[in-house]
Design a binder for this molecule. Sequence first.
Ligand SMILES: C[S@@+](CC[C@H](N)C(=O)[O-])C[C@H]1O[C@@H](n2cnc3c(N)ncnc32)[C@H](O)[C@@H]1O
Length: 244
Amino acid sequence: MEGYDAATYGQRTAEVYDERVKGARPAQVELLEELAGEGPVLELGIGTGRLALPLVARGLEVHGIDSSQAMVAKLRVKPGGDRVTVNMGDFSHFDLAQRFSLVFAAFNTLFALPDQEAQLGCFATVSRHLLPGGRFLVEAFVPDICRFDRGQRVSAMEVGLDRVFLECSRHDPAAQTVTSQHVELGAGGVRLYPVYIRYAWPSELDLMARISGLQPEGRWDGWDRRPFTGTSVSTISVWRAPLP
Ligand SMILES: C[S@@+](CC[C@H](N)C(=O)[O-])C[C@H]1O[C@@H](n2cnc3c(N)ncnc32)[C@H](O)[C@@H]1O
C-alpha cells in the first residue's frame, strides 16, 4: 500500500476510533495494574488513551509512545489526558531516559510494525527500558490464514439500513502481512480506513523475546486469564526482564 507509514492508521482513524472500539473492561485494567506494581508504565501505541487513562485514574504514572498526532490529540482532551507523558515517535526504536515496571502493546498494536526486523527491534528496545523484573505484555490475535481464499478476503463486517462496512484484504503468507481497507459505504459517501499489519505466531513472539533477553512468564487466552489452548483466537503474552 504505497504511501502508508507509521502515522497513517491513526491519522485516518482518530475521528471514529472511540466510537468503534469498546472502552476498557475491568479485567484489562486490573491485569495491567497488577502486573505494573508500583509503576511506572509505558504503553506502545497509546492512541486515544483507552487503556492508559483508566490506569492514570488508579494512580499509576503512565507514559506512552505514538506516531499519530491525531490520536494523541483525542487523548489530551479527556480527563487525566494532561497527566500522561506522551513521546511522539516510532515504537520499534526509542530511547527514553526512564525505565518501567511494565511496558505493554494492546489490541494487536505490535503487528502495526511492518516487518520482523521492526518487531524484533521493538522487543530489544523494550528490554532495555525495563526495570529488573519488569514485564512486557503483548495482546495479539493468533493468525488464522484460513480466512483468506487464494490470498484475499472480502467480508461484510457490518450491514445496516443506511450503512455497510466491508473489509477488503490481501494476504502475503511469506511476509506474514495483511493489507486491508475497511470500507464504509453510507449516506455520506465512501470512506476508506487503511490498515497494514505484519502478524507473528505466539512461538515467534517468544523467540523475539528470548533473543532480547526476556523470559516467558505467562500466556493466556484473553484478559480474564483463561488458559491458552490450540483453539484460542487471541493471546495475552507476558515476558519478564531478569532479576539481578
Ligand atoms: C489499534 S490502535 C491502539 C490504541 C490503544 N493502544 C488502544 O488499545 O486503544 C494503534 C495505535 O498505535 C499507533 N501506532 C501504529 N504504528 C506505530 C508506530 N510504528 N509507532 C508508534 N505508534 C504507532 C497508532 O497511531 C495508534 O494510535
